[in-house]
Design a protein around this ligand. Structure first.
Ligand SMILES: [Zn+2]
Length: 282
């Protein structure tokens, strides 16, 4: 396989030959940075864990050079930071028993440049080699530019696939900005009640980010618990952990569908819900 970046790396934790390792993929997550996948898409990791017929592949788009640093890492150069973050992502791939980890190694600005076709072409190559049934990426209402750009590149690559080869589902998941605001009827809720130990282990690996001054590990487990408790105001908690996603599948089933109005419709339904309640009890 020939990727555009000479530094792109394919890491296969169990050492299977690349063609077979990629082809076994059933679930795939594509993120902007190292650690985003473990924050936003642990559901497919857990679904595939210790299964012989379900396999999870992770694609990380960026090189991780520009991340904030502190503590142990405060004097690290951008290149040293890149190396640490790659090492951390590989550790997560081993702990989570991923089928494949692909580190595309693009600078953030290349991902954010809509005219640069290379990231999309690399994703097309990967979709052709893997044909996942379920794809997870960032949601389109995230507040980090590189995250939103990643989601747009994923949608574009999937739209180029022949209809029969497109995945069954595309989910936009939460990192920077929760999806609690979505109407319950618009939410995809993933039950993360099980394997909390494994969830914590996967989040805790990314020491360079946590040491950067942000407890992503605690915040992410906390968000999962908060989502579960605040999902239903009546009745007892059914699950002890939930993460939310926006269902982006309509955007790949109808490739001509306009993206901005699709997202705005979700926001409009939220706006109407708030106004309706105020009118009802006002
Ligand atoms: Zn990120």
């Amino acid at each position: 396989m020939r990727f555009h970046q000479s530094t792109t790396e394919l890491f296969i934790p169990d050492g299977l030959e690349p063609e077979k390792a990629l082809r076994r993929t059933t679930h795939m997550a594509i993120s902007a940075h190292q650690d985003d996948i473990e924050i936003m898409a642990v559901e497919p990791i857990l679904s595939c864990y210790q299964q012989s017929d379900l396999w999870f592949s992770a694609i990380v788009m960026s090189d991780g050079r520009g991340s904030p640093r502190d503590d142990l890492y405060k004097d690290y150069s951008d290149e040293e930071m890149r190396v640490v973050r790659i090492k951390e992502q590989k550790k997560a791939a081993i702990v989570g028993e991923y089928a494949n980890l692909v580190l595309l190694d693009y600078p953030s600005k290349a991902i954010k440049d809509a005219k640069n076709r290379q990231p999309v072409e690399d994703l097309q190559l990967l979709f052709n080699a893997t044909r996942p049934r379920f794809v997870y990426t960032h949601n389109l209402a995230d507040k980090h530019d590189t995250h939103v750009a990643t989601a747009l590149r994923v949608i574009e690559a999937l739209r180029h696939l022949p209809a029969a080869e497109r995945p069954d589902k595309l989910f936009g998941c939460e990192v920077w900005r929760s999806l609690d605001w979505l109407l319950d009827s618009d939410k995809v809720a993933f039950d993360l009640s099980k394997h909390e130990n494994l969830q914590s282990a996967l989040l805790g690996i990314f020491d360079s980010q946590i040491c950067g001054g942000k407890r992503y590990d605690l915040a992410t487990m906390g968000r999962r618990k908060a989502n579960a408790t605040y999902f239903e105001s009546h009745g007892v908690d059914i699950s002890t952990g939930l993460s939310y996603a926006m269902d982006l599948t309509p955007l790949i089933l109808a490739p001509e569908k306009e993206i901005i109005p699709f997202v705005q419709e979700h926001i409009q339904r939220f706006a109407h819900d708030v106004a309706d309640r105020l009118t009802r009890v006002g």
